[in-house]
Write a protein that binds this ligand. Structure first.
Ligand code: KG4
Ligand code: ZN
Length: 415
Protein backbone atom coordinates (compact mmCIF):
# COMPACT_ATOMS: atom_id res chain seq x y z
CA UNK A 1 0.00 0.00 0.00
CA UNK A 2 2.84 2.31 0.95
CA UNK A 3 4.53 1.60 -2.41
CA UNK A 4 1.32 2.24 -4.38
CA UNK A 5 0.84 5.60 -2.60
CA UNK A 6 4.43 6.49 -3.29
CA UNK A 7 4.08 5.77 -7.02
CA UNK A 8 0.77 7.63 -7.46
CA UNK A 9 1.11 10.52 -9.94
CA UNK A 10 4.56 9.33 -11.10
CA UNK A 11 5.52 8.95 -14.77
CA UNK A 12 6.25 5.53 -16.30
CA UNK A 13 9.94 6.44 -16.38
CA UNK A 14 9.98 7.35 -12.67
CA UNK A 15 8.18 4.09 -11.82
CA UNK A 16 10.75 2.18 -13.89
CA UNK A 17 13.63 3.87 -12.06
CA UNK A 18 11.97 3.14 -8.70
CA UNK A 19 11.57 -0.57 -9.51
CA UNK A 20 15.15 -0.75 -10.81
CA UNK A 21 16.49 0.91 -7.62
CA UNK A 22 14.51 -1.45 -5.40
CA UNK A 23 15.80 -4.41 -7.39
CA UNK A 24 19.35 -3.09 -7.05
CA UNK A 25 19.09 -2.66 -3.31
CA UNK A 26 17.61 -6.14 -2.76
CA UNK A 27 20.13 -7.79 -5.07
CA UNK A 28 23.09 -9.39 -3.31
CA UNK A 29 26.55 -9.05 -4.80
CA UNK A 30 29.44 -11.39 -3.98
CA UNK A 31 33.06 -10.47 -4.61
CA UNK A 32 35.22 -13.53 -5.34
CA UNK A 33 39.00 -13.69 -4.94
CA UNK A 34 41.20 -16.49 -6.30
CA UNK A 35 44.96 -16.83 -5.63
CA UNK A 36 45.44 -20.57 -5.10
CA UNK A 37 48.15 -21.05 -7.70
CA UNK A 38 49.50 -18.67 -10.32
CA UNK A 39 46.50 -16.56 -11.33
CA UNK A 40 45.24 -13.55 -9.40
CA UNK A 41 41.53 -13.58 -10.22
CA UNK A 42 38.69 -11.46 -9.01
CA UNK A 43 35.02 -11.11 -10.01
CA UNK A 44 31.64 -9.82 -8.90
CA UNK A 45 28.59 -11.98 -9.42
CA UNK A 46 25.09 -11.18 -8.21
CA UNK A 47 22.77 -13.56 -6.40
CA UNK A 48 21.01 -14.54 -9.61
CA UNK A 49 24.27 -15.45 -11.33
CA UNK A 50 24.90 -12.35 -13.44
CA UNK A 51 28.57 -11.62 -13.93
CA UNK A 52 28.95 -7.91 -13.12
CA UNK A 53 32.69 -7.46 -13.58
CA UNK A 54 35.94 -9.39 -13.48
CA UNK A 55 39.71 -9.08 -13.70
CA UNK A 56 42.46 -11.65 -14.07
CA UNK A 57 46.19 -11.19 -13.72
CA UNK A 58 48.08 -14.20 -15.01
CA UNK A 59 51.62 -15.06 -13.92
CA UNK A 60 51.73 -17.76 -16.58
CA UNK A 61 54.58 -16.31 -18.68
CA UNK A 62 56.85 -15.75 -15.68
CA UNK A 63 56.44 -19.36 -14.58
CA UNK A 64 56.76 -20.65 -18.13
CA UNK A 65 60.15 -18.95 -18.39
CA UNK A 66 61.17 -20.24 -14.94
CA UNK A 67 60.37 -23.82 -15.95
CA UNK A 68 57.56 -24.16 -13.40
CA UNK A 69 55.91 -22.39 -10.49
CA UNK A 70 58.32 -21.22 -7.80
CA UNK A 71 56.12 -20.55 -4.73
CA UNK A 72 57.92 -17.42 -3.40
CA UNK A 73 57.79 -15.86 -6.87
CA UNK A 74 54.07 -16.66 -7.18
CA UNK A 75 53.52 -15.18 -3.68
CA UNK A 76 55.35 -12.00 -4.59
CA UNK A 77 53.40 -11.54 -7.84
CA UNK A 78 50.07 -12.12 -6.07
CA UNK A 79 51.03 -9.50 -3.48
CA UNK A 80 51.95 -7.05 -6.21
CA UNK A 81 48.73 -7.57 -8.14
CA UNK A 82 45.95 -8.36 -5.70
CA UNK A 83 44.83 -4.82 -4.90
CA UNK A 84 44.89 -3.71 -8.52
CA UNK A 85 43.04 -6.82 -9.71
CA UNK A 86 40.28 -6.32 -7.13
CA UNK A 87 39.99 -2.64 -8.02
CA UNK A 88 39.82 -3.30 -11.76
CA UNK A 89 37.03 -5.86 -11.21
CA UNK A 90 35.16 -3.32 -9.04
CA UNK A 91 35.57 -0.65 -11.74
CA UNK A 92 34.45 -3.05 -14.47
CA UNK A 93 31.34 -3.79 -12.41
CA UNK A 94 30.90 -0.08 -11.73
CA UNK A 95 30.41 -0.86 -8.04
CA UNK A 96 31.68 0.41 -4.71
CA UNK A 97 32.27 -1.80 -1.66
CA UNK A 98 29.06 -0.69 0.06
CA UNK A 99 27.16 -2.64 -2.66
CA UNK A 100 29.07 -5.86 -1.92
CA UNK A 101 27.25 -8.29 0.39
CA UNK A 102 30.10 -10.70 1.16
CA UNK A 103 33.59 -11.65 0.05
CA UNK A 104 34.30 -15.21 -1.11
CA UNK A 105 37.91 -16.33 -1.20
CA UNK A 106 39.77 -19.54 -2.06
CA UNK A 107 41.32 -20.90 1.14
CA UNK A 108 42.10 -24.51 0.02
CA UNK A 109 43.56 -26.55 -1.59
CA UNK A 110 46.55 -24.84 -3.20
CA UNK A 111 50.00 -23.38 -2.64
CA UNK A 112 49.87 -22.05 0.93
CA UNK A 113 51.93 -18.95 0.11
CA UNK A 114 49.67 -18.08 -2.83
CA UNK A 115 46.46 -18.85 -0.91
CA UNK A 116 47.59 -16.65 1.98
CA UNK A 117 47.71 -13.53 -0.21
CA UNK A 118 44.06 -13.74 -1.30
CA UNK A 119 42.89 -14.85 2.13
CA UNK A 120 44.67 -12.03 3.96
CA UNK A 121 43.42 -9.45 1.49
CA UNK A 122 39.85 -10.76 1.75
CA UNK A 123 40.05 -10.53 5.56
CA UNK A 124 41.40 -7.00 5.29
CA UNK A 125 38.50 -5.96 3.03
CA UNK A 126 35.94 -7.73 5.24
CA UNK A 127 37.27 -5.91 8.26
CA UNK A 128 37.43 -2.54 6.54
CA UNK A 129 33.95 -2.68 5.01
CA UNK A 130 32.30 -4.87 7.68
CA UNK A 131 31.38 -7.74 5.36
CA UNK A 132 31.07 -11.47 6.02
CA UNK A 133 33.65 -13.81 4.50
CA UNK A 134 32.88 -17.00 2.54
CA UNK A 135 35.82 -19.45 2.52
CA UNK A 136 35.84 -21.47 -0.72
CA UNK A 137 37.25 -24.90 -1.67
CA UNK A 138 38.95 -24.37 -5.04
CA UNK A 139 37.98 -27.77 -6.51
CA UNK A 140 34.35 -27.49 -5.39
CA UNK A 141 34.29 -24.12 -7.12
CA UNK A 142 35.60 -25.72 -10.36
CA UNK A 143 32.92 -28.41 -10.00
CA UNK A 144 29.99 -26.03 -9.55
CA UNK A 145 30.85 -23.36 -12.17
CA UNK A 146 28.69 -25.19 -14.71
CA UNK A 147 25.60 -24.41 -12.60
CA UNK A 148 26.14 -20.71 -13.31
CA UNK A 149 25.55 -21.37 -17.01
CA UNK A 150 23.08 -24.20 -16.90
CA UNK A 151 20.39 -23.64 -14.30
CA UNK A 152 18.84 -26.99 -15.14
CA UNK A 153 21.91 -28.73 -13.66
CA UNK A 154 20.68 -30.09 -10.34
CA UNK A 155 22.30 -32.37 -7.76
CA UNK A 156 23.43 -35.11 -7.90
CA UNK A 157 25.65 -35.04 -10.98
CA UNK A 158 28.99 -36.53 -11.99
CA UNK A 159 32.09 -34.37 -12.23
CA UNK A 160 35.56 -34.92 -13.68
CA UNK A 161 38.09 -32.30 -12.59
CA UNK A 162 41.32 -32.30 -14.59
CA UNK A 163 43.62 -29.42 -13.73
CA UNK A 164 47.26 -28.62 -13.06
CA UNK A 165 47.03 -29.89 -9.50
CA UNK A 166 44.19 -32.43 -9.45
CA UNK A 167 42.48 -35.29 -11.22
CA UNK A 168 39.22 -36.16 -9.48
CA UNK A 169 36.16 -38.16 -10.47
CA UNK A 170 33.30 -37.48 -8.06
CA UNK A 171 29.57 -37.21 -7.57
CA UNK A 172 28.48 -33.71 -6.55
CA UNK A 173 25.61 -34.34 -4.12
CA UNK A 174 25.12 -30.78 -2.94
CA UNK A 175 27.06 -27.53 -2.74
CA UNK A 176 29.08 -29.01 0.10
CA UNK A 177 28.93 -32.82 -0.25
CA UNK A 178 30.88 -34.84 -2.76
CA UNK A 179 31.50 -38.59 -3.13
CA UNK A 180 34.95 -39.33 -4.49
CA UNK A 181 35.18 -42.24 -6.95
CA UNK A 182 38.76 -41.80 -8.13
CA UNK A 183 41.80 -39.53 -7.95
CA UNK A 184 45.30 -39.40 -9.35
CA UNK A 185 47.86 -41.39 -7.39
CA UNK A 186 50.67 -39.20 -8.77
CA UNK A 187 50.57 -36.20 -11.14
CA UNK A 188 47.52 -34.37 -12.40
CA UNK A 189 46.89 -34.27 -16.19
CA UNK A 190 47.79 -30.55 -16.54
CA UNK A 191 50.98 -31.14 -14.59
CA UNK A 192 51.90 -34.04 -16.90
CA UNK A 193 51.18 -31.90 -19.98
CA UNK A 194 53.35 -29.08 -18.59
CA UNK A 195 56.26 -31.38 -17.72
CA UNK A 196 56.19 -33.15 -21.09
CA UNK A 197 55.96 -29.90 -23.05
CA UNK A 198 59.00 -28.70 -21.09
CA UNK A 199 60.89 -31.94 -21.74
CA UNK A 200 60.14 -31.60 -25.45
CA UNK A 201 61.29 -27.93 -25.29
CA UNK A 202 58.16 -26.88 -27.20
CA UNK A 203 58.44 -23.32 -25.91
CA UNK A 204 61.58 -22.89 -28.05
CA UNK A 205 59.26 -22.80 -31.07
CA UNK A 206 57.71 -19.32 -31.49
CA UNK A 207 54.18 -20.69 -32.02
CA UNK A 208 54.24 -22.34 -28.57
CA UNK A 209 56.37 -19.80 -26.69
CA UNK A 210 53.50 -18.27 -24.71
CA UNK A 211 51.18 -21.29 -24.38
CA UNK A 212 50.59 -23.56 -21.42
CA UNK A 213 52.04 -27.05 -21.81
CA UNK A 214 48.57 -28.50 -22.34
CA UNK A 215 47.61 -26.02 -25.03
CA UNK A 216 50.97 -26.48 -26.80
CA UNK A 217 50.68 -30.29 -26.80
CA UNK A 218 47.09 -30.10 -28.08
CA UNK A 219 48.18 -28.00 -31.08
CA UNK A 220 51.31 -30.07 -31.73
CA UNK A 221 49.19 -33.25 -31.63
CA UNK A 222 46.77 -31.81 -34.18
CA UNK A 223 49.75 -31.42 -36.55
CA UNK A 224 50.81 -35.05 -36.31
CA UNK A 225 51.35 -36.71 -39.68
CA UNK A 226 51.47 -40.20 -38.18
CA UNK A 227 49.66 -40.32 -34.83
CA UNK A 228 50.35 -44.05 -34.62
CA UNK A 229 54.14 -43.72 -34.89
CA UNK A 230 54.43 -44.17 -31.12
CA UNK A 231 52.37 -46.63 -29.20
CA UNK A 232 51.88 -45.89 -25.50
CA UNK A 233 50.70 -48.47 -23.01
CA UNK A 234 47.71 -47.35 -20.99
CA UNK A 235 48.50 -47.02 -17.26
CA UNK A 236 46.78 -49.01 -14.51
CA UNK A 237 44.75 -51.14 -16.90
CA UNK A 238 45.14 -54.10 -14.48
CA UNK A 239 43.52 -52.13 -11.61
CA UNK A 240 39.73 -52.27 -11.70
CA UNK A 241 39.21 -48.95 -9.93
CA UNK A 242 38.73 -45.36 -11.02
CA UNK A 243 42.08 -43.96 -9.89
CA UNK A 244 44.34 -42.22 -12.37
CA UNK A 245 48.09 -42.27 -12.90
CA UNK A 246 50.30 -40.20 -15.17
CA UNK A 247 53.69 -41.63 -14.11
CA UNK A 248 53.79 -44.48 -16.64
CA UNK A 249 52.72 -42.21 -19.51
CA UNK A 250 55.47 -39.74 -18.64
CA UNK A 251 58.14 -42.45 -18.42
CA UNK A 252 57.25 -43.77 -21.88
CA UNK A 253 57.24 -40.25 -23.29
CA UNK A 254 60.63 -39.32 -21.82
CA UNK A 255 62.16 -42.61 -22.98
CA UNK A 256 61.16 -41.84 -26.60
CA UNK A 257 62.48 -38.27 -26.39
CA UNK A 258 65.81 -39.37 -24.89
CA UNK A 259 66.27 -42.10 -27.49
CA UNK A 260 65.56 -39.83 -30.45
CA UNK A 261 67.75 -37.06 -29.07
CA UNK A 262 70.63 -39.51 -28.60
CA UNK A 263 70.13 -41.31 -31.94
CA UNK A 264 70.08 -38.04 -33.88
CA UNK A 265 72.75 -36.35 -31.72
CA UNK A 266 70.55 -33.26 -31.49
CA UNK A 267 71.84 -29.91 -30.21
CA UNK A 268 70.59 -29.10 -26.66
CA UNK A 269 67.94 -26.60 -27.80
CA UNK A 270 66.61 -28.65 -30.73
CA UNK A 271 63.30 -30.43 -30.85
CA UNK A 272 63.00 -34.01 -32.04
CA UNK A 273 61.47 -34.40 -35.53
CA UNK A 274 58.80 -36.76 -34.19
CA UNK A 275 57.52 -34.21 -31.63
CA UNK A 276 54.05 -33.81 -33.16
CA UNK A 277 53.50 -37.55 -33.44
CA UNK A 278 54.74 -38.04 -29.89
CA UNK A 279 52.31 -35.39 -28.62
CA UNK A 280 49.48 -37.13 -30.49
CA UNK A 281 50.34 -40.47 -28.87
CA UNK A 282 50.56 -38.83 -25.48
CA UNK A 283 47.21 -37.09 -25.87
CA UNK A 284 45.58 -40.28 -27.13
CA UNK A 285 46.74 -42.41 -24.20
CA UNK A 286 45.79 -39.69 -21.71
CA UNK A 287 42.32 -39.43 -23.29
CA UNK A 288 41.87 -43.18 -23.34
CA UNK A 289 42.91 -43.41 -19.68
CA UNK A 290 40.45 -40.67 -18.63
CA UNK A 291 37.66 -42.22 -20.74
CA UNK A 292 38.17 -45.71 -19.30
CA UNK A 293 38.16 -44.51 -15.70
CA UNK A 294 35.06 -42.46 -16.48
CA UNK A 295 33.30 -45.44 -18.05
CA UNK A 296 34.01 -47.62 -15.00
CA UNK A 297 32.81 -44.77 -12.74
CA UNK A 298 29.52 -44.51 -14.65
CA UNK A 299 29.02 -48.28 -14.55
CA UNK A 300 29.66 -48.23 -10.77
CA UNK A 301 27.13 -45.40 -10.32
CA UNK A 302 24.56 -47.30 -12.33
CA UNK A 303 25.06 -50.52 -10.27
CA UNK A 304 24.70 -48.60 -7.02
CA UNK A 305 21.90 -46.31 -8.25
CA UNK A 306 23.79 -43.19 -7.16
CA UNK A 307 22.51 -40.86 -9.90
CA UNK A 308 18.88 -41.03 -11.09
CA UNK A 309 18.37 -41.25 -14.90
CA UNK A 310 17.09 -37.66 -15.17
CA UNK A 311 20.33 -36.34 -13.59
CA UNK A 312 22.79 -38.21 -15.77
CA UNK A 313 25.20 -35.39 -16.55
CA UNK A 314 28.99 -35.24 -16.51
CA UNK A 315 30.58 -31.87 -15.80
CA UNK A 316 34.18 -31.61 -16.91
CA UNK A 317 36.26 -28.70 -15.69
CA UNK A 318 39.76 -27.59 -14.62
CA UNK A 319 42.45 -26.29 -17.01
CA UNK A 320 42.94 -29.56 -18.93
CA UNK A 321 39.21 -29.58 -19.73
CA UNK A 322 40.05 -26.86 -22.30
CA UNK A 323 41.45 -29.69 -24.40
CA UNK A 324 39.01 -30.34 -27.23
CA UNK A 325 40.37 -33.78 -27.99
CA UNK A 326 39.89 -34.98 -24.40
CA UNK A 327 36.47 -33.35 -24.43
CA UNK A 328 35.49 -35.27 -27.58
CA UNK A 329 36.63 -38.55 -26.03
CA UNK A 330 34.53 -37.90 -22.95
CA UNK A 331 31.58 -36.98 -25.16
CA UNK A 332 31.74 -40.34 -26.96
CA UNK A 333 31.65 -42.21 -23.63
CA UNK A 334 28.86 -40.02 -22.29
CA UNK A 335 26.70 -40.39 -25.40
CA UNK A 336 27.09 -44.14 -25.36
CA UNK A 337 26.10 -44.37 -21.69
CA UNK A 338 23.22 -41.87 -21.83
CA UNK A 339 25.00 -39.00 -20.08
CA UNK A 340 24.96 -35.36 -21.09
CA UNK A 341 28.39 -33.68 -21.15
CA UNK A 342 28.71 -30.14 -19.82
CA UNK A 343 31.85 -28.04 -19.97
CA UNK A 344 31.95 -24.43 -18.77
CA UNK A 345 33.39 -21.92 -21.29
CA UNK A 346 37.15 -22.71 -21.53
CA UNK A 347 38.22 -19.44 -19.88
CA UNK A 348 36.22 -20.51 -16.82
CA UNK A 349 37.72 -24.02 -16.85
CA UNK A 350 41.12 -22.54 -15.99
CA UNK A 351 41.52 -20.66 -12.71
CA UNK A 352 39.52 -17.45 -12.43
CA UNK A 353 37.71 -15.24 -9.93
CA UNK A 354 34.25 -15.84 -11.45
CA UNK A 355 34.03 -19.42 -10.19
CA UNK A 356 34.92 -18.27 -6.67
CA UNK A 357 32.33 -15.49 -6.72
CA UNK A 358 29.73 -17.95 -8.06
CA UNK A 359 30.60 -20.45 -5.31
CA UNK A 360 30.12 -17.57 -2.88
CA UNK A 361 26.68 -16.95 -4.40
CA UNK A 362 25.75 -20.62 -4.07
CA UNK A 363 26.82 -20.60 -0.42
CA UNK A 364 25.13 -17.27 0.28
CA UNK A 365 21.85 -18.47 -1.21
CA UNK A 366 22.04 -21.77 0.71
CA UNK A 367 23.29 -20.02 3.87
CA UNK A 368 26.27 -22.38 4.14
CA UNK A 369 29.65 -21.14 5.36
CA UNK A 370 28.96 -17.38 5.41
CA UNK A 371 31.03 -16.22 8.38
CA UNK A 372 30.90 -12.97 10.34
CA UNK A 373 33.98 -13.92 12.33
CA UNK A 374 37.08 -14.86 10.38
CA UNK A 375 40.01 -14.98 12.80
CA UNK A 376 40.03 -18.79 12.48
CA UNK A 377 39.80 -18.82 8.69
CA UNK A 378 43.11 -20.23 7.49
CA UNK A 379 44.60 -21.67 4.32
CA UNK A 380 45.18 -25.40 3.69
CA UNK A 381 47.54 -26.97 1.17
CA UNK A 382 45.35 -30.03 0.68
CA UNK A 383 41.78 -30.79 1.50
CA UNK A 384 39.66 -33.81 0.52
CA UNK A 385 36.82 -33.12 -1.87
CA UNK A 386 34.46 -35.30 0.13
CA UNK A 387 33.74 -38.80 1.33
CA UNK A 388 35.87 -41.40 -0.45
CA UNK A 389 34.23 -44.36 -2.22
CA UNK A 390 37.52 -45.32 -3.81
CA UNK A 391 37.83 -48.59 -1.87
CA UNK A 392 34.24 -49.51 -2.62
CA UNK A 393 34.79 -48.88 -6.34
CA UNK A 394 37.91 -51.07 -6.20
CA UNK A 395 36.06 -53.81 -4.33
CA UNK A 396 33.30 -53.77 -6.96
CA UNK A 397 36.09 -54.76 -9.41
CA UNK A 398 34.03 -53.82 -12.47
CA UNK A 399 35.26 -55.27 -15.73
CA UNK A 400 34.15 -53.07 -18.63
CA UNK A 401 33.72 -53.72 -22.32
CA UNK A 402 35.44 -50.54 -23.51
CA UNK A 403 33.53 -48.11 -25.63
CA UNK A 404 35.39 -47.65 -28.92
CA UNK A 405 37.05 -44.26 -29.30
CA UNK A 406 37.60 -44.77 -33.00
CA UNK A 407 35.34 -41.80 -33.85
CA UNK A 408 37.95 -39.49 -32.29
CA UNK A 409 39.80 -37.67 -35.00
CA UNK A 410 43.16 -36.04 -35.30
CA UNK A 411 44.50 -35.47 -38.84
CA UNK A 412 45.20 -38.75 -40.65
CA UNK A 413 44.12 -40.60 -37.56
CA UNK A 414 42.79 -44.13 -37.61
CA UNK A 415 42.22 -44.16 -33.85
O1 KG4 B 1 42.73 -25.31 -13.47
P1 KG4 B 1 44.03 -24.66 -13.82
O2 KG4 B 1 43.98 -23.27 -14.41
O3 KG4 B 1 44.95 -24.56 -12.56
C1 KG4 B 1 44.93 -25.46 -11.53
O4 KG4 B 1 44.02 -25.37 -10.66
O5 KG4 B 1 45.80 -26.35 -11.57
O6 KG4 B 1 44.80 -25.65 -14.79
C2 KG4 B 1 46.04 -25.33 -15.35
C3 KG4 B 1 46.48 -26.48 -16.22
C4 KG4 B 1 47.90 -26.35 -16.75
O7 KG4 B 1 48.64 -27.45 -16.31
C5 KG4 B 1 47.72 -26.35 -18.26
O8 KG4 B 1 48.75 -27.01 -18.98
C6 KG4 B 1 46.40 -27.05 -18.44
O9 KG4 B 1 45.62 -26.60 -17.36
N1 KG4 B 1 45.78 -26.71 -19.73
C7 KG4 B 1 45.54 -27.63 -20.67
C8 KG4 B 1 45.01 -26.93 -21.80
N2 KG4 B 1 44.94 -25.61 -21.48
C9 KG4 B 1 45.42 -25.50 -20.19
N3 KG4 B 1 45.73 -28.97 -20.69
C10 KG4 B 1 45.39 -29.63 -21.82
N4 KG4 B 1 44.91 -29.03 -22.94
C11 KG4 B 1 44.70 -27.69 -22.97
N5 KG4 B 1 44.21 -27.12 -24.08
ZN1 ZN C 1 42.13 -24.83 -10.66
Amino acid sequence: MFIINKLRNKSIREIGTFIFMRFCTSRQVILGIETSCDDTGCALVDSTGNLLGEALHSQHLVHLNNGGIIPPIAWNLHRKNIEKTVNVAMENANLTFDKVSAIAVTVKPGLPMSLSVGTKYAKYLCNKYKKPIIPVHHMKAHALTARMFDRSLTFPFLVLLISGGHCLLAIAQSIEDFLLLGESIDDAPGEAFDKMARRLKLKNLPQYSTLSGGAAIEIAASRADDPLQYNFKEPMSQYKDCNFSMAGIKTQFVRHVEKEEADLELAPDSIIPGANNLCAAFLLVMTRHLCHRLQRGIEYISRKGLIPPENQTLVVSGGAACNNFINEGLRIVCEELGYKLLRPPPKLCTDNGVMIAWNGVERWNAKIGVLDKYDDVDVERSSPLGQSLIDDVRNASIRCKWIKLSKLSLPKSQW
